[in-house]
Design a protein around this ligand. Structure first.
Ligand SMILES: [Zn+2]
Length: 107
């Protein structure tokens, strides 16, 4: 997501019925109808993309924590499946663990 006017990706989100985005760089704001916007299919049904992204971020943070405490990959995948399988597919979870391992390498 980037500002349609200046291209900045530093964007604030607000609003309930419609989502309002505001560019923090140039101040431009625009709205989209929340009901029609970017629904993601998950194992427990369609959810708004912000929900999906939220769970992906949480799962990534959990994966990083578990890698830091030296849990093995299979254990991490099992733990994440237990906590996030309503929203994330096994494929998503494997990708998240891969990403977490790369992040930890550079910490
Ligand atoms: Zn802008």
């Amino acid at each position: 997501m980037s500002c349609p006017r200046c291209g900045s990706t530093d964007i604030a989100i607000s609003g309930t019925e419609t989502l309002t985005f505001k560019c923090k760089k140039c101040g431009y704001s625009w709205t989209i109808d929340r009901r029609n916007y970017a629904i993601v299919n998950t194992p427990s049904g369609p959810v708004h993309w912000t929900v999906y992204t939220y769970y992906k971020e949480l799962a990534l943070q959990d994966a990083i924590d578990m890698i830091m405490s030296n849990k093995d990959v299979d254990t991490i995948i099992e733990e994440l499946k237990k906590n996030y399988s309503n929203y994330l597919s096994e494929d998503d979870i494997r990708k998240i663990v891969e990403k977490a391992r790369k992040i930890v390498k550079y910490l």
